[in-house]
Design a protein around this ligand. Structure first.
Ligand code: UDP
Length: 427
């Protein structure tokens, strides 16, 4: 068995030059020079659905264009494994359910299998999230440096599950988190680096789409494009709170009887729980013809997500836990008004009342949505400020720069990582 390689196509750094912050392209060129030809492997659980896949489809080709020999492979797993990793994911975000001995064994077994399937040698292996975190145990010799990139909110973890993972995390040369608050406590952990993820402004999901084209696409999904639409784009997951979104929308409808709701969520193959939550969302909608529940199964791909984001009067991201929340970044990049949960990385993206609204309850979410619908022009001017913030902070060239700086630091090339990387090194 070989680990499946993801075909990421080609992207050119030069295409991003006009969007990137002044000086960033020069930094990237300088940092890439000592890294020419270095072999880098990204290892993740899935090539479809969710933020990690979204990031890697752009980061990997841009690393290649910068001269690195980068590739992305997904680990092998069946439902029994992904049930366990979903339990781990939920527990790390605070759920009280722990792992049985059998589940721990399943996790070890699949990680060992995947480690055995890893071929070749690399200068660096970047392991994304907990699913493949234990591959290192049986494959340490395959790479000079191992880096664990965590994409989830680890601020209040279920300690028993975190303790289960810590012995593996301790073997890495470095860890990377979205926020300082996510760095776990525990002895023997490697240096942690903090930087947020990023979106690709040129990908079909985020590229410029006219209002007319967006409306044309939504019309095909049965949306009445003459009436207001509120949308949440998210996996069907309790942490994204689609049920809370439906409740908030029902409140908004009392003052805006014309308003429609779209819940757009893909089904990731490493998320068996997604179906259960999808069904719960469908029952909560109770057959209401003004609620549209759509997913990749209805052919909603990147361009369609783009169209929903561009067309909606208000975007919601009512998460109750959120590692970072790329959907928020995407909304702001499109200068769309947004109300989102005051949690995790969302707080780093939205300045409450300045670039969007931060909410903590169904009622607050409804009130914020009404404020957006009451004064669309004001909401739009707020979102435009948010767009500029995203341009400076959360576009892929910056993310590439941070990775290159870390590779230089680990290889002893003396990159002043503290100055270059978005945020400082911890510990
Ligand atoms: N996404 C998508 N289709 C969907 C739902 C989500 O393309 O039906 C994308 C979304 O646009 C975003 C990513 O998946 O780029 C979700 O990343 P985020 O950080 O918001 O959440 P995660 O799923 O990683 O928890």
């Amino acid at each position: 068995m070989q680990l499946q390689q993801v075909n990421v196509g080609t992207k050119l750094l030069a295409d991003y030059a006009s969007l990137a912050r002044y000086g960033l392209m020069d930094q990237i060129r300088a940092l890439a020079e000592p890294l020419q030809g270095k072999r880098v492997l990204h290892l993740s659980a899935t090539a479809f659905g969710g933020g990690v896949a979204e990031i890697l489809y752009t980061l990997v080709p841009l690393m290649r264009d910068a001269g690195l020999d980068a590739e992305w492979r997904v680990i092998y797993g069946q439902d029994e494994f992904f049930d366990v990793t979903k339990t781990i994911h939920n527990a790390l975000q605070g759920d009280s359910t722990g792992l049985s001995d059998e589940q721990q064994e399943t996790f070890r077994r699949y990680n060992r299998l995947n480690a055995e399937a890893l071929e070749g040698t690399y200068d660096a292996v970047i392991v994304h999230d907990p699913q493949p975190a234990a591959v290192i145990e049986h494959a340490r010799g395959s790479a000079t440096h191992w880096i664990w990139r965590c994409h989830i909110d680890l601020s209040e973890p279920n300690r028993s599950v975190l303790d289960f993972l810590l012995p593996w995390l301790g073997r890495y040369d470095a860890t990377v988190f979205h926020r300082r608050q996510y760095v776990p406590s525990g002895n023997g952990l490697p240096a942690a680096y903090i930087w947020p993820p990023a979106i690709d402004p040129l990908a079909p999901k985020n590229m410029a789409l006219s209002a007319e084209d967006a409306a044309y696409i939504l019309n095909q999904f049965g949306i009445d494009v003459e009436r207001p639409l509120v949308t949440q784009v998210s996996r069907f997951d309790p942490w994204k709170d689609p049920l809370g979104v439906i409740e908030a929308w029902r409140i908004v409808r009392r003052s805006y009887p014309q308003v429609q709701l779209a819940l757009v969520g893909s089904m990731a193959h490493d998320d068996p729980e997604g179906w259960e939550y999808y069904n719960r969302t469908v029952s909560a909608a109770d057959g209401d013809p003004d609620i549209f529940i759509l997913s990749n199964l209805n052919n909603v791909g990147s361009v369609e997500v783009n169209a929903f984001q561009v067309h909606s009067s208000a975007l919601l991201q009512k998460s109750v836990r959120e590692g970072f929340g790329l959907t928020v970044t995407e909304a702001l990049w499109k200068a769309r008004p947004i109300a989102a949960g005051r949690v995790g990385g969302i707080v780093d993206q939205i300045q409450d009342g300045e670039t969007g609204y931060l909410v903590e309850s169904v009622e607050e979410c409804a009130t914020a949505t009404e404020r957006i619908l009451d004064d669309p022009q004001h909401a739009r001017s707020m979102a435009l400020k948010g767009k500029e913030f995203v341009r400076r902070s959360f576009l892929t060239p910056r993310l590439l720069r941070d990775w290159l700086a870390l590779f230089n630091e680990l290889s002893g090339n003396g990159a002043a990582v503290d100055e270059l990387v978005t945020s400082l090194r911890v510990g």
